[in-house]
Design a protein around this ligand. Structure first.
Ligand code: ATP
Length: 199
């Protein structure tokens, strides 16, 4: 089985790559962010654990998670952030394992292949789930410019920089990659690199 762990920095083009791989190469994309959101849906054991620790102020009147409230708790407190992640990550891992089992059983003409889209693949030490690591890179200036274009109306330049700085440095991610996709140029150039890396 070929399991591509797709990661990169915030706003470097991970979604652009996963959409392309799904659209053009017909690959299933498993999205860690979706599973992480599912982990804290109302009545989930993970949400109960969070409420035990932080109180019912963490819930909206309809019983769902108040995400900004959780964000306020974990944004400035690394210990709490790690603790919350440690509650959510096992759920995400389980979903990936289930998907792998299903993929293994699905008849396929070539080697069964899937894309694991995991923004924090390296930070969360989930690399064991993938058989190869792809990192989407772009220059720091482009990264910031793209994020300003997208979030400029809701976040200040300093807040965007803080988000970039809170992640593992992109160069470090590239060092640990099997494949670096350089997204500093046009989409066409990016897609050519994807085609080559798929082989
Ligand atoms: P996030 O970490 O915020 O989820 P991401 O890594 O998934 O972001 P994308 O959403 O794929 O990144 O790309 C970020 C923004 O940059 C998007 O608006 C996208 O359309 C744009 N973008 C990506 N690649 C290019 C490119 N080669 N040329 C121009 N714009 C691009």
């Amino acid at each position: 089985m070929r399991l591509i762990g797709l990661t990169g920095g915030i706003g470097t083009g991970k979604t652009t790559v996963s959409n392309y791989l799904a659209r053009t190469h017909n690959l299933p994309v498993w999205d860690a962010d979706i599973y992480a959101r599912r982990a804290v849906e109302p009545d989930s054991p993970v949400l109960d654990t969070l409420v035990d620790r932080y109180g019912s102020e963490l819930l909206l009147p309809d019983g769902s998670l108040d995400r900004p409230a959780l964000g306020n708790i974990i944004f400035h407190n690394l210990t709490e952030r790690r603790w919350v992640e440690a509650q959510i990550h096992p759920f995400v891992r389980d979903r990936f394992r289930e998907n792998c089992d299903a993929l293994r059983k699905t008849p396929s003409p070539g080697e069964p292949t899937a894309v694991l889209a995991v923004p924090l693949l390296l930070e969360a030490e989930m690399t064991d789930l993938a058989t190869e690591i792809w990192v989407v890179y772009c220059s720091p200036e482009q990264q910031k410019r793209r994020l300003i274009e997208r979030h400029g109306s809701s976040l200040t330049s300093a807040q965007i920089q803080a988000r970039i700085d809170s992640q593992m440095p992109l160069e470090e991610k590239c060092r640990r990659a099997d494949v670096v996709l350089d997204n500093s140029s046009t989409l066409e150039v990016l897609y050519e690199q994807c085609d080559r890396a798929i082989g």
